[in-house]
Design a protein around this ligand. Structure first.
Ligand SMILES: NC(=O)c1ccc[n+]([C@@H]2O[C@H](COP(=O)([O-])OP(=O)(O)OC[C@H]3O[C@@H](n4cnc5c(N)ncnc54)[C@H](O)[C@@H]3O)[C@@H](O)[C@H]2O)c1
Ligand SMILES: O=C(O)[C@H]1O[C@H](OP(=O)(O)OP(=O)(O)OC[C@H]2O[C@@H](n3ccc(=O)[nH]c3=O)[C@H](O)[C@@H]2O)[C@H](O)[C@@H](O)[C@@H]1O
Length: 386
């Protein structure tokens, strides 16, 4: 492999990365990228390894030995500090991060996103190790514009909705809106990491992903996850399409999101890993401001794309409205709009997303169809009573 150069033309030394949550959606794509394109070593920590099994076996893989899986729960495992010490860089991805959990399992959500991350920050700080911590765009909460009257012309002014790392406030709902337990826990861990940087010199980077989507995201209920489980919207809608059910639009599907292709976003993370001088001390929005849709528009586009990749015609009524109370239960609330400001990531790392929403849905739904269509068909065949 030719020597890799950083953005300032210096050769990049191979490093060892302790990746916590490596077996999840983002972790699996990051491991794949690191194995295929870099000489770095990965200590992959997680409670599950299904999504990275293809990188761990067989022993004949070209990167064999460069990735080692450690099955552990960071809540209670004394091996954690030793593994952080063995690495040059720690990347923390571990979290409960599905909205259906925030209001129904708020304690688990707060523990997972704040308390369980504390020892990771402490061990990095005490051992002078660099930390890349995964936060979320949800720390911005609602936009300022959402509090303006519906007909106010200021709602169209980007100053009232574009989310900027260094100036936008974090606006959450009341405590009984437990949806915000996740965002609030993530905000507090960001503040703690920032303070460790300011007071104790911790080298940190905070990543705020804006709806990264792609293959291997979450699970399909009843196939590779619990039948009653509620994953994030990409997997919910994929599940509906695979089962030929209408896609459920929560509260009319009016909320807006910007979706970025996981493979574009992983490029940004690799730039952070390999350019510490440009990434340390920064908080980065990572999203695609050009891919904005309402959830209703997402449902319509996914329906069209799925018909194309599966060759099956769409339903006559492809969507159905549900209330958030019915879908998520008491205490749900929503972010109205999420447009990332790209100034800081552009300036520091020169990164820009490339993939359009249509293209990323086409490759993702091709994967969903190939991976799940047969299993769903089999699971839907009713056993004949004898
Ligand atoms: N996917 C996105 O668009 C997105 C958006 C915003 C923020 N994030 C953040 O990025 C990170 C990764 O997200 P993801 O989409 O890959 O989620 P994911 O659920 O697929 O991955 C998280 C992984 O962490 C592991 N994990 C959780 N608790 C653990 C523990 N106590 N010990 C060991 N492993 C544990 C899980 O088993 C899972 O494999 C999370 O911190 C999430 O909050 C993701
Ligand atoms: O991905 C992100 O950047 C962050 O946002 C997500 O939050 P959210 O976008 O609200 O979660 P989704 O489940 O992807 O839902 C998106 C929207 O679709 C709606 N939805 C979801 C599922 C469904 O079947 N129907 C439906 O209308 C939700 O109400 C919401 O408005 C999650 O909190 C995290 O993964 C992450 O931190």
């Amino acid at each position: 492999m030719a020597t890799r150069m950083d953005l300032d033309g210096r050769p990049i030394k191979p490093m060892t990365i302790c990746m916590i949550g490596a077996g999840g959606f983002i972790g699996s794509h990051l491991c794949e990228k690191l194995m295929a394109e870099t000489p770095h070593k990965v200590l992959a920590l997680d409670v599950y390894s299904d999504k990275i099994k293809h990188l761990l076996e067989p022993d004949s893989l070209p990167w064999a030995g460069r990735i080692v899986f450690h099955r552990l729960n960071i809540k209670h495992d004394s091996r954690l500090e030793g593994l952080i010490k063995m690495a040059d860089l720690t990347i923390n991805l571990a979290a409960i991060c599905t909205p259906a959990d925030y209001n129904t399992r708020p304690l688990d959500t707060i523990y997972s996103n704040f308390i369980d991350a504390l020892p990771v920050v402490k061990y990095c700080s005490e051992n002078n190790k660099r930390l890349i911590h995964f936060s979320t765009c949800e720390v911005y909460g609602k936009t300022i514009g959402s509090f303006l009257p519906k007909d106010s012309p200021l709602r169209k002014d980007p100053a009232y909705y574009v989310l900027k790392e260094d100036t936008s406030p974090c606006i959450f709902g009341s405590i009984e809106k437990q949806r915000w337990s996740y965002a609030c826990a993530k905000q507090l861990i960001e503040r703690l990491i920032y303070a460790e940087g300011a007071e104790n010199g911790l080298d940190f980077t905070i990543v705020r992903p804006f709806n990264w989507i792609g293959p291997r995201m979450d699970f399909i209920p009843g196939i590779d996850g619990p039948s009653e489980g509620v994953p994030r919207v990409l997997a919910c809608f994929s599940n509906n399409l695979l089962r030929r059910e209408p896609l459920k639009l929560v509260d009319g599907g009016e909320s807006q999101r910007t979706f970025v292709y996981i493979k574009d976003a992983i490029e940004a993370v690799l730039l952070m890993i390999e350019n510490p001088d440009r990434a340390n001390g920064h908080i980065f929005n990572v999203g695609n401001p050009n891919n904005e849709v309402t959830v209703r528009q997402l449902a319509e586009m996914m329906t069209k794309v799925y018909a194309k990749v599966s060759g099956e015609p769409s339903l006559e009524s492809p969507t159905i409205d549900v209330s958030s109370k019915e879908f998520y239960g008491e205490g749900y609330d929503d972010s109205d709009k999420r447009i990332p400001d790209m100034t800081i990531i552009n300036r520091q790392l020169g990164w820009n997303p490339k993939t359009t929403l249509w293209d990323l849905l086409e490759s993702t739904l091709t994967y969903q169809h190939r991976t799940y269509a047969e299993a769903i068909k089999k699971s839907m065949v009713k056993p004949i009573a004898s």
